[in-house]
Design a protein around this ligand. Structure first.
Ligand SMILES: [Zn+2]
Length: 178
């Protein structure tokens, strides 16, 4: 009984120690965020990496969700609001930091409903859809960024095991410097 108890205690201490090490790992792929869709109705209109003269010949840096001006936009994962404001062709944007260099950016918004420094949870309403910046119509441009470089949001949201951030592809590393 004593030895069994001691063994259980040692096992517990070992698990606690390795658990702490795992949490200290800065690699975001070690973490899995719990996620929510950014719009109520999911109607994808442009994929990540698509090329079109519309984006100045550059591959598309996000995933587009079609919808109407005023549609609610939700945080895809929990985090802290890092940036709110106009960003050139992206129009009115919000960027949320999820830790470990992972961020989500929401663009072409008609209105924002959070401020820099706000803590948000997955599924919190943060903004309204719009067509600000370089947009042919009302839609959400969602970017998932790893250390500031866009990576494919599709797997992050729709994989069998969602919430894991993949490494940016080579073209994104060339354009945005990994
Ligand atoms: Zn887009």
């Amino acid at each position: 009984m004593f030895w069994a108890g001691l063994f259980a205690l040692l096992l517990l201490a070992f698990t606690a120690a390795t658990g702490t090490l795992a949490n200290a790992d800065p690699l975001p792929r070690e973490r899995q965020l719990s996620i929510t869709m950014p719009t109520t109705r999911v109607n994808l209109s442009a994929k990540f990496g698509e090329t079109s003269s519309y984006w100045g010949g550059l591959p598309h840096s996000g995933l587009d969700f079609d919808g109407a001006t005023g549609d609610a936009i939700f945080a895809v994962a929990g985090g802290v609001v890092k940036e709110v404001g106009m960003r050139g062709s992206y129009g009115r944007t919000i960027t949320i930091s999820h830790g470990d260099g992972v961020a989500s950016m929401y663009a072409h918004l008609s209105a924002t409903e959070v401020n820099v420094g706000d803590q948000v949870f997955a599924g919190d309403r943060i903004a309204r859809m719009g067509a600000t910046g370089n947009a042919s119509g009302s839609h959400l441009h969602l970017e998932i960024q790893l250390r500031g470089v866009p990576t494919d949001p599709y797997g992050f949201l729709f994989a069998a095991n969602p919430g894991r951030v993949s490494d940016p592809p080579a073209w994104a590393c060339r354009i945005y410097s990994c």
